[in-house]
Design a protein around this ligand. Sequence first.
Ligand SMILES: *Cc1c(COP(=O)(O)O)cnc(C)c1O
Length: 365
Amino acid sequence: MSLSGKAPDYIRSIHPYQPGKPISELAREMGLDASRIVKLASNENPLGMSQAARDAMMAACGQVGRYPDGNGFELKAALSSRLGVGPERIALGNGSNDVLDMAARAFLDRESEAVYSEYAFAVYPLATQTVGATGVSVPARAFGHDLDAMAGAIGPRTRVVFIANPNNPTGTFLPGSQLLAFLARVPSDVLVVLDEAYTEYLDDSQRYDSMAWLERFPNLLVSRTFSKAYGLAGLRVGYGVGSAAVIDLLNRVRQPFNVSGVGLAAATAALADEEFLARSATLNRRGMEQLVAGVDRLGLTWIPSAGNFLTVRVGDAAAVNRRLLERGVIVRPIGGYGLPEWLRISIGLPEENAAFLDALAAVVA
Ligand SMILES: *Cc1c(COP(=O)(O)O)cnc(C)c1O
């Protein structure tokens, strides 16, 4: 048998994560001018990064000959005082993706199951499959998590439940009261991973304080990221907050230097720049209004979104996507999620949103 044939079945059957198409790739393929391409495909912050984070990053570049602080002391201290939890309850990740992966590796094995929702973030099945565990996908309700059904899907082999709030790629949102009621139903020996990658974009009326729940639910792990509202997607910094016992386990499977020194420095500075975060949230809110108004004008259906993206029904999304690419607009088809008629569009700058809407109008007309 060939070498690759010797890899476990559960590895060979993995479908790799499909990232958004890079601008440089589209420019090459279509012979387009890269500077005129609009990329609204990866839920990145259209403002880029905060100047304070950029300055800290540049200063840290001088130190890359040395290994970073493997414990991330300063970033954890800053997060600790911001979140009101001790640093022993924080694990840093190479993006929050890394935190999700660490949770899977720490708690799942080939005998156990992870529960997640249909249409939930693609990394949950991936992280589950990588360790040979069984994924239990629970049918969605109105494109979002059906928490009753998810509670019902928890069995004796369940070790982890993944929840994205807001969810990507659908943007659906669960109020804090529903999450709290769900946590109360989950057995205390099942880890609930609450992925809050977009939490900074929530309206005041939607906010809930998951940090306050950690005391009552030692089986809760909240993951967050600097990739979205903080604008540091390329630096790969995320974190998980949980009980000291859960964090201790994550640290055992964590790679020793999983976050770069440049990433640590930028994230610490980004956390302190509240003005940038507020500006990003305001820009997102206006951009969301602009996109919703635009797709309404085209008579298209969309899913109300609490994130920095909007998911719209366009018919044959693969075909529409191809024609948008020809016009230099990159969005995200989500056929891989079982939504072949839908496109996910990240909120951009006003002119980028307008360029997308113009291209879409031309394509679906
Ligand atoms: C983008 C995203 C993440 C994490 O991204 P990282 O860059 O790895 O921090 C996690 N969960 C969801 C739902 C996301 O959309």
